[in-house]
Design a protein around this ligand. Structure first.
Ligand SMILES: [Zn+2]
Ligand SMILES: [Zn+2]
Length: 440
């Protein structure tokens, strides 16, 4: 398997003399198997150069593009992807839309006449969109596993395996908790990861030959950029070490990062891996860089676990909001109704339990600190009943310490969101649990 970086930048293209070596194009990665099958990860502005190279190979082309999410920096190259202009070419774009519009509509809007001269439906090539969630599927000889990550809109990470070699692509993703491991355990392992979301993330990277991971920030910078939906380099190293991955190519470079700064970050990442006692190769992904991963040996056994995903669930879902602060209830209701959900409101635990039975919701957003009956008591009641054992319950709290989070997950919490809550994070996390309830 060969991996080539056509774009490595996050947020916005940054051409210029400060970005000559690592590149200014936004994110796009090409994977090619030894047998010649190709797969494209994301369609940032780097996709334009890749499209031109593919055209040189002759026709017809059969191209599969996996999109992590629909933010500009991951899709801006798509209207400029030259193979789309030839009728003999077949292009399949896999994506999760993240809004109440389906993926086809989201991309059609990108190429609306107001934004671009040739609308999507006037393209000559055969373009097909496949809306996906968290699942496993084959594209030719390549086995693909997709997994929701933690961003400001619904976003998928991809695990790409061929033969016995696996590369994992995860961008844009923010750590679920401020620290990966519990601080009260001396020699922590997988079970000592604080947040269930981070544990699942590590499992997704397990034993990868190459992890291509978001590291837009350093740990120090991330403190001031919580809820922006990105990782620190330190976190990327930690999860790769925990997952026993062999190589980490960090990517989604901040637009303000110069080549010299990326050199320094690369050295810091390597030093941190050594400090953790790991034999992990760490490097900054650079535009034009190619990596060979040997496909020799027996094919890896793939897990047959698939998670039922209901894409319809993003519409018409009913959400119960429970908080004793009227302003918070109002705020949550405003954000969620704007997304088309039906919202039920409860100001205390008793009201919440009564409403759950009267009008069963698809998801509950639950405050912890409430008079009389707190959020954890409500959760215990719900989990004790057969009917609501698997109902997604997201805890909203300003007070979640490490111990609380660990105890909460043991008690059946589906997810935690820290207060103050930004609308983007709320929307992304709610949608994530509505789409894939059984995967916790
Ligand atoms: Zn991005
Ligand atoms: Zn993004």
């Amino acid at each position: 398997m060969r991996v080539r970086f056509w774009g490595t930048r996050g947020s916005i293209p940054t051409p210029g003399r400060h970005t000559l070596r690592y590149g200014g194009n936004t994110i796009c990665v090409e994977i090619r198997t030894d047998a010649g099958q190709r797969l494209i990860l994301d369609g940032g502005t780097g996709l334009r150069g890749l499209g031109r190279a593919l055209i040189q190979e002759g026709h017809p082309l059969d191209i599969d593009i996996l999109i992590s999410h629909t933010h500009w920096d991951h899709t801006q190259g798509i209207p400029f992807f030259a193979p789309m202009t030839r009728p003999e070419n077949r292009i399949t774009i896999y994506a999760t839309s993240g809004t109440d519009k389906d993926a086809t509509e989201v991309f059609a809007r990108q190429m609306d006449y107001a934004n671009f001269p040739v609308p999507l439906d006037e393209r000559q090539g055969q373009v097909e969109f496949r809306e996906i969630g968290e699942e496993e599927f084959n594209i030719g000889e390549i086995r693909v596993q997709s997994c929701f990550v933690n961003h400001t809109i619904l976003t998928l990470g991809y695990r790409i395996c061929c033969g016995n070699v696996c590369a994992v692509y995860v961008t844009d993703h923010e750590p679920f908790a401020p620290s990966l491991y519990r601080s009260d355990v001396a020699d922590p392992d997988l079970d000592d990861i604080v947040h269930a979301g981070d544990r699942k993330h590590v499992k997704f990277l397990a034993d990868a030959d190459l992890v291509i991971h978001d590291a837009q920030f350093t740990a120090e910078e991330l403190v001031h950029r919580r809820d922006w939906g990105h990782s620190s380099l330190e976190y990327a190293v930690e999860v790769c070490v925990a997952a026993r991955a062999k190589q980490l190519a960090f990517i989604h470079h901040d637009p303000d990062r110069s080549d010299e700064e990326l050199d320094r970050l690369e050295a810091a990442g390597q030093a941190y891996a050594r400090q953790l006692g790991a034999d992990l190769k760490v490097f900054a992904a650079a535009e034009g860089m190619e990596i060979e991963l040997s496909e020799t040996g027996e094919a890896l056994a793939t897990s047959s676990a698939t998670y039922p995903v209901s894409l319809e669930a993003r519409r018409h879902s009913r959400i119960l909001v429970v908080d004793d602060e009227p302003a918070m209830v109002q705020y949550l209701t405003m954000v969620l109704t704007r997304d088309g959900y039906e919202v039920l409101q409860a100001m205390n635990g008793y009201e919440a339990l009564a409403l759950v039975r009267e009008q069963p919701p698809d998801l509950v957003l639950l405050d912890v600190m409430m008079p009389e009956m707190d959020g954890f008591q409500v959760l215990r009641e719900l989990r004790a009943s057969e009917e609501f054992r698997d109902l997604p319950v997201i805890i909203l709290t300003a007070l979640a310490g490490e111990q609380d989070i660990v105890r909460g997950f043991e008690g059946g919490v589906t997810d935690y969101i820290d207060k103050p809550i930004t609308p983007a994070v709320l929307r992304a996390r709610v949608r994530r649990w509505l789409l894939s309830r059984d995967s916790r």
